[in-house]
Design a binder for this molecule. Structure first.
Ligand SMILES: [Zn+2]
Length: 348
């Protein structure tokens, strides 16, 4: 739940100068000459990795494949077809209704975070297309106060549900959150009921929703909208839970099982439907959207759309009806080709 894995500091240099000329040691030796933020430490394999390389690999570890928390804007870019993004409700801002003060006034904290991140709140919402399929997208950005859910996040999710319902589009949510925003007290907790009721209305009206749980998804977000969508996906190795493992262990006074609160553990327990690696996410989402549009009880608008032919240029490989061997050249440009592997086999 911390941002330590993406910390700006280069790894501790230790005795790099004396320890041979391995690549890592050489890099450590030279790190003093480099500006901060070039390096980060993988929280899974503890490897020292070049930040740029991680970013190029969609924020996954080049050594062990660990899926780092992805910034919201990158998530939008990585998920949607180029040029299809249209942001919704960016103007809604957080308010410090309670005059809350912890290490400093909450109002000041919001102001600083808005300036630092260039966005007004933790949820980025909008319309776009996934391999030619229109969607309403909501992405929680962990870098905005830990992706916490306050009034604005709750309101924007409810608004996204409304847009999805009215336009007959599937709703796609990505979570990365520390939970409810405690600075907003009870008002933040109320968003749990609000988001769930908005999703329930979407569901009653034949809408279709998918939530992708990413590292980390915890607290009031896990306990509300993240778990009530039609399909619950997770990225490999993501920490997903309500309370932290230490709190649980000390409360129940038992040792927790191996892999507790990780995606793979939740998949085994039936809380997650599929684990999908980041490079297969778009294909999986496109397939699920087609599935959602064809299911009984789907909203008429989505049914019409599902029957419509998909532009071959935008979705050569992901459409479930398309022949498996079609135009691999086109596929390679932006997407990994669809494989017959089940996504679960990639977890770990
Ligand atoms: Zn790693």
């Amino acid at each position: 739940m911390s941002e330590t894995s993406m910390s700006k500091d280069a790894p501790k240099s230790g005795d790099g100068e004396a320890a041979g000329d391995g690549r890592i040691n050489r890099l450590r030796f030279r790190k003093k000459d480099m500006p901060g933020g070039l390096w980060l430490k993988c929280e899974s394999c503890s490897g020292t990795i070049f930040r740029k390389e991680v970013e190029e690999k969609a924020y996954t570890c080049p050594a062990c494949g660990f899926h780092f928390t992805m910034p919201g804007a990158d998530r939008v870019r990585h998920t949607l077809d180029e040029g299809t993004w249209e942001e919704l409700f960016p103007e809604i801002e957080a308010m410090d209704r309670l005059g809350f003060v912890d290490s400093g006034p909450y109002g000041d904290k919001i102001e600083r975070t808005v300036k630092r991140t260039g966005q007004n709140e933790a949820l980025i919402a909008g319309r776009g297309e996934v391999l030619g399929r229109p969607v309403v997208l909501g992405v929680l950005d962990f870098k905005f106060l830990g992706g916490s859910m306050g009034e604005v996040v709750g309101e924007k999710i409810a608004l996204c549900c409304d847009v999805a319902r009215k336009e007959g589009k599937p709703l796609l949510l990505f979570t990365a959150s520390g939970g409810a925003r405690m600075h907003e007290g009870m008002l933040s907790l109320m968003q749990m009921a609000k988001t769930c009721s908005a999703l329930s209305k979407l569901n009653e009206d034949g809408g279709f929703s998918i939530c992708v749980l990413t590292h980390p998804t915890t607290g009031g977000v896990t306990a509300s909208f993240a778990m009530v969508c039609d399909i619950t996906l997770a990225e490999p190795g993501a920490l997903i839970g309500f309370a932290g493992p230490r709190v649980i262990a000390s409360t129940i006074k038992q040792e927790l099982p191996e892999g507790f609160q990780r995606s793979e553990f939740l998949l085994e327990k039936g809380q997650v439907d599929v684990i999908v690696p980041r490079d297969e996410m778009r294909n999986m989402l496109a397939r699920l959207i087609d599935f959602g549009a064809c299911r009984p009880g789907a909203a008429p608008a989505s049914r019409t759309r599902a029957g419509a032919p998909v532009e071959p240029a935008s979705a050569p490989q992901a459409h479930s009806e398309s022949p498996s061997g079609s135009s691999p050249g086109d596929v390679a440009k932006s997407e990994a080709p669809e494989t017959s592997d089940t996504p679960e086999t990639h977890g770990g």
